[in-house]
Design a binder for this molecule. Structure first.
Ligand code: UDP
Length: 328
């Protein structure tokens, strides 16, 4: 019932939190990460293999020799504006890599596949909340590169491939409450990370991208989810598939959002400081508002958020940023 799990991207930000929780749950884990964005010392559990998830020979070998039953595929590029500037990078590393990985899974008979997708597949939903049945109309290459992988998973499952859970992540933030792992990418562009940096470093710059959106305060609204809650979803999804659950898509969020200004106010409050903010024009590829409908995940995965608390999320992110800042 509980075989070895392969986690691609397990040395990265979200992957390292998933690996940590799998370890705490007593699961046997192999991590495959090319360390392009990940860090060796972020892997708190299991065996790390340094390599690429697109490497068919390497992956087939791992799946066979480590007796892998389930794959969690988190390795990906995730920056929306970068995907607009360099789409082939995204179709290569996100879509083509998933294709190679699935080819290996099919050949070796992997039973279950958990795929990290994104709210970006929805594009600009009509209503304030996107449910899993909201039409997928991505407006940037990042979202499209992930949606193509979703299609592949569905087609392969119909042809006898692994059962799957697709997790559409909304905006992931925060770090391990004990401060052992966090979001370490030096050039990360995510709002909470960038704002925490600005709170600590007067030389760091911070811009609000767009103040004329049709939202209550004119800035973009997103549904921030704590990385520990998101990691827990992966364990729930694994248990669900291992107990015979049918292939399914789940939104990962809390069902409500915060604007950019609300997030910046919280960072200033938690940091006990102010920082200067420029107002700039909208960033290409950004929708005004993205909030997760969460009825399905709560009902079918029996998942409840444990940390739906922006202040706590920001506090852990800020502590991690202090740790990075202190280490130069
Ligand atoms: N954002 C911003 N300044 C920044 C980074 C992000 O105003 O330096 C805004 C962005 O336009 C969006 C929200 O914050 O409305 C979240 O962006 P982020 O890059 O964190 O995640 P995304 O939603 O693009 O995946």
């Amino acid at each position: 019932m509980s075989g070895t799990v392969l986690v691609t991207g397990g040395a990265g930000y979200i992957g390292s939190h998933v690996v940590k929780q799998l370890g705490e749950a007593g699961r046997k884990v192999v991590i495959l990460d090319n360390l392009s964005k990940g860090f060796r010392n972020a892997v708190l559990h299991g065996e790390l293999i340094v390599g690429d998830a697109a490497d068919i020979e390497l992956v087939s070998n791992i799946l066979t020799t480590a007796n892998i039953d389930a794959v969690m595929h988190l390795a990906a590029h995730t920056v929306v504006p970068e995907s607009v500037a360099d789409p082939m990078k995204y179709y290569g590393n996100n879509t083509c890599t998933t294709r190679n990985l699935l080819t290996c899974c099919q050949r070796t008979g992997v039973k279950h596949f958990i795929f990290s997708s994104t709210a970006a597949v929805y594009g600009m939903p009509d209503g304030p909340v996107a449910t899993e049945d909201t039409p997928t109309l991505p407006i940037n290459p990042y979202g499209r590169s992930k949606l193509m992988s979703e299609y592949m998973l569905g087609d392969l499952a119909n042809a006898g491939g692994p059962s799957f859970v697709i997790l559409r992540y909304f905006n992931v933030a925060g770090c391990d409450p004990r401060g052992r792992i966090g979001q370490s990418t030096p050039d990360a562009t995510l709002l909470i990370k960038v704002a925490c940096k600005a709170a600590l470093d007067p030389a760091a710059s911070l811009a609000i991208f767009g103040t004329d959106y049709p939202t209550p305060d004119g800035t973009g609204v997103r549904n921030y989810i704590y990385v520990e809650d998101l990691a827990h979803v992966h364990l729930k999804a694994l248990g669900y598939l291992e107990h015979g659950g049918e292939s399914r898509i789940f939104n990962c969020g809390y069902g409500h959002g915060y604007s950019v200004r609300e997030v910046l106010d919280m960072v200033a409050k938690v940091a006990g400081t102010t920082f200067s903010v420029r107002e700039e024009s909208r960033r290409p590829g950004d929708p005004p508002s993205l909030v997760a409908g969460t009825d399905r995940i709560r009902a079918e995965l029996d998942w409840e958020p444990r940390y739906d608390d922006l202040e706590m999320i920001v506090r852990t992110a800020l502590n991690w940023e202090r740790h990075l800042f202190g280490n130069g």
